[in-house]
Design a protein around this ligand. Structure first.
Ligand code: PHE
Length: 463
């Protein structure tokens, strides 16, 4: 795919699925329950949904507009739209760095899902469950992630898998892949949620998820919810802007954004419906468990619900972890593509070479992140492992900051004519609520994000 012959997504459904593929991933199934669990459940979820509507959707639409209007990588796009103006194009490199950092720590967790797929294939979990010890899955998880070799190999395998798909290019690699995978994942998640709701912890799980305790809200919870919204929608770093540069002119951007945000939120809530009933069904498990939550709660669900059906107890986890690998892959592909397109188009490096550079750099940092949870755990920065630091800096600061700039750019810098053209496909679609959209873009999103930052930094206190 050379510069003047850029790839394109072939179909509208392919566009939605590829963008939703970027959005739906470990962010929904692993990070969302972890954050919701640590931040008090329902109150967090409420703020999360507000952040999706007030900041997430407008920023996503803005990224789509900027990408499709310019048909360029995220950095060149800003340069093209605001030539010679304040250094807007720095939004691009900020996102590229965030993308590399996310790719590095995200691949560690994706590597875990790869290992869990292999272990499910070897029937390891069912055999373990048989030996009757209380927290066998928790012990297994801790032993596994602190091992210096096996998680690193899984991580490397995962990054190479991503490399392979990105190297194949847009339509053949990304689109075809998302079309099969996403619907299968939805169906399986719904089936699992159905089963989880039959467990004895279901009632408590539902209360935790849906009955807000407002006394739990503080500035950390608000920052976490905002960060999770940006992370989960893959916005604030230019990923969706890059994808939109491959959209055709007839794609309805608003509809696509609403579908993607809807699917993403739906998957996160359904994941909560699977995980929290499981947590409250297992003695000694707490929702505040952290990153191990999904990896410990899920095998427990399979154990509890399917104890008498060994075939299902074998097949379902295998299928689930396999789909989780694929869901993670559609997300890492978008991170990889963001950086590859940037190097290729902005710095005129051949696409092939760019792909290799991204893979090599992320492999390096990914291995460091993985080791930082085991043999490297004594080395911390600000009290955090490298893995936690990358997660914290990107989700809670860099992505919302990118979102803030994108909103400011669209609200105050971008020509209104371009916004109108992009929202209506040059007048072919009707768009109601243009004024509301501009108001969100100009004031609500930037001021809201800024206030949350100031609150966290204790410069302002409203929570
Ligand atoms: N949104 C993805 C997920 O939920 C993660 C991601 C973040 C992907 C940023 C691309 C960019 O798993």
């Amino acid at each position: 795919m050379e510069k003047n012959n850029r790839g394109k997504f072939a179909s509208k459904i392919g566009v939605i699925l590829a963008s939703a593929g970027s959005a739906v991933g470990l962010g929904n199934i692993w990070r969302f329950p972890t954050e919701a669990g640590e931040n008090g459940g329902a109150a967090f979820i409420l703020i999360y949904i507000c952040c999706i509507i007030l900041f997430g959707l407008p920023v996503m639409i803005a990224e789509f507009m900027i990408g499709r209007q310019t048909h360029a990588d995220a950095s060149t796009a800003f340069k093209k739209l605001a030539p010679g103006k304040i250094q807007w194009h720095w939004i691009g490199p900020l996102g590229v760095v965030a993308g590399m950092m996310i790719f590095s720590f995200y691949s560690v967790v994706a590597g875990w899902t790869l290992n869990y797929t292999i272990q499910a294939g070897l029937n390891t979990f069912n055999q373990m469950a048989g030996n009757g010890r209380e927290n066998v899955f928790g012990d297994y998880f801790n032993q596994f992630i602190t091992n210096p070799v096996w998680p690193t190999l899984c991580l490397a395998a995962f990054i190479l898998l991503t490399h392979y798909v990105v190297a194949k290019g847009i339509e053949k690699g990304i689109e075809r892949f998302s079309k099969i995978m996403m619907p299968t994942l939805f169906i399986l998640l719904l089936v699992l949620a159905g089963f989880a709701l039959t467990t004895e912890g279901a009632q408590e799980g539902l209360t935790f998820l849906f009955k807000p305790d407002f006394s739990k809200i503080n500035s950390d919870v608000i920052l976490s919810a905002m960060g999770q919204a940006f992370f989960s929608l893959s916005i604030g770093l230019g990923c969706l802007c890059t994808y939109a540069s491959y959209f055709r002119p007839n794609v309805n951007l608003t509809k696509t954004a609403v579908s993607v945000a809807g699917i993403d939120t739906f998957v996160a809530i359904v994941s909560g419906l699977i995980i929290f009933p499981a947590v409250f069904s297992v003695p000694g498990m707490e929702p505040t468990e952290g990153p191990s939550l999904v990896f410990v709660a899920l095998p427990n669900i399979f154990r509890i619900v399917f104890a008498d059906y060994p075939v299902i107890a074998y097949v379902l986890p295998l299928l689930f972890y396999f789909l989780l690998v694929l869901a993670s892959l559609t997300s890492t592909i978008s991170m990889h593509e963001l950086v590859t397109a940037y190097l290729h188009e902005r710095h005129q490096i051949s696409r092939r070479k760019a792909t290799y550079i991204v893979t090599a750099v992320c492999l390096f940092f990914g291995i460091l992140c993985s080791l930082s949870l085991g043999i490297g755990s004594l080395y911390t920065i600000g009290g955090m492992s490298l893995f936690d630091l990358f997660d914290y800096l990107t989700a809670k600061w860099m992505l919302p900051l990118g979102g803030l700039f994108i909103a400011l750019f669209t609200g105050w810098q971008l020509e209104r004519r371009i916004i109108w053209e992009e929202l209506t496909n040059k007048g072919q679609l009707s768009f109601y609520g243009f004024k509301i959209f501009m108001f969100l873009m100009k004031f609500v999103a930037p001021v809201g994000i800024l206030l949350i930052f100031l609150d966290q930094l204790n410069i302002l206190s409203f929570s």
